[in-house]
Design a protein around this ligand. Sequence first.
Ligand SMILES: [Fe+2]
Length: 397
Amino acid sequence: MKIVPISQLLPGMFVQSVTKQTGRIKIKNQGWVKTQAGIDKLKKAGILEVEIDPDKTLTESVPEKQPLDIPTPIKKRDPWQKVHSAEQEMGKAKKLYDEARTLQTKAFKDIKAGRDIDITPFRELASGFIDSVFRNQDALACLTQMRQKDAYLLEHSINVSILMSIFAKHLNIEKDIIEELTTGALLHDIGKIKIPDEVLNKPGRFTEAEFEIMKNHSLFSKEILEEAGLTGIAVDIAGMHHERLDGKGYPFGKKGEEISQYVRMASIVDVYDALTAERVYKAGMEPIKAFKILKDGCPDSFDPVLLNKFIQCIGIHPVGTLVRLSSQKIGLVTESNPATPLKPVVKTFYSAKHSRYTEIKDIDLASKRTLDSLESAVKAKEYNIDIERFYKNTILS
Ligand SMILES: [Fe+2]
């Protein structure tokens, strides 16, 4: 094989691949360039350099049957017209989320009835989450924000699991380990099913005695997973997600190096989701406030390096957050822009200035064509916005 600049490409040469270009062309079929016109077309499409197979260069006529397939150049991504977007992934993500709910509900019933849980479907679900996160993490991330107030235990475990897979992907952890982390996170609070309902569902603060009872849940989770045949990381997450670096956590009072990086990750994600959760008796905290509380807990409770990475990965205005723009438009963050975290894609649907719903529009705040900017996160209640309806009719439809 030989690499040649496009200026040296001649009719009759066999092109193996494109090695340098200004655009994003993919040669569908390798083959001979037949004519100078074909070469000119490649030049025009931004091809700068190609790899040729000198052994196949033809000196006479070029066979008709194997022409070089010159595809139409792929247009550069127009922010107003998304290519592989969160919207495209949403259908699959929603299906996975629904499967997770069904699976969790069944597992709760099994534990209550004294049966062991079957780990296989949880592993499969974790793997489905990971695949979705790798295709476009924004879809599942968005679903973690669409909570039902009365389904905390169910949704918290699912959300922690999704956030764990996003966090682990951000940290470039290998997929096998991400699967362990995601499975462990899905089941980390399963032991709560063994806590009496009056304690588990008590709104507000626990008494000291109630807290002592509640503390048993992570030990129960560990036992349940071990009985189901799990070992290693997943069991550690279930048993130790309430341990704290200064040794003041529970159930074992482990500290510092005794707490693995994986468990440290889980404890950050667990607290973040608990703080931002909307409950019957409390409004969900804005992510930025939750980050502040987690930061205040560093380094006594949480690992500051991992926390910074988590904030970087989730973003100050995570996907699913309701925000107000400088134009007073209100919308939902639907896609993250990792290069410019303060400039995500926002789906606007309400005008704060005119107090009315507007036409739905995707605004990419990172686009040079956009003059708008993100002002702050807001609560749907402040504007009497029916966010559930918006989710149902727009995001999930
Ligand atoms: Fe827990």
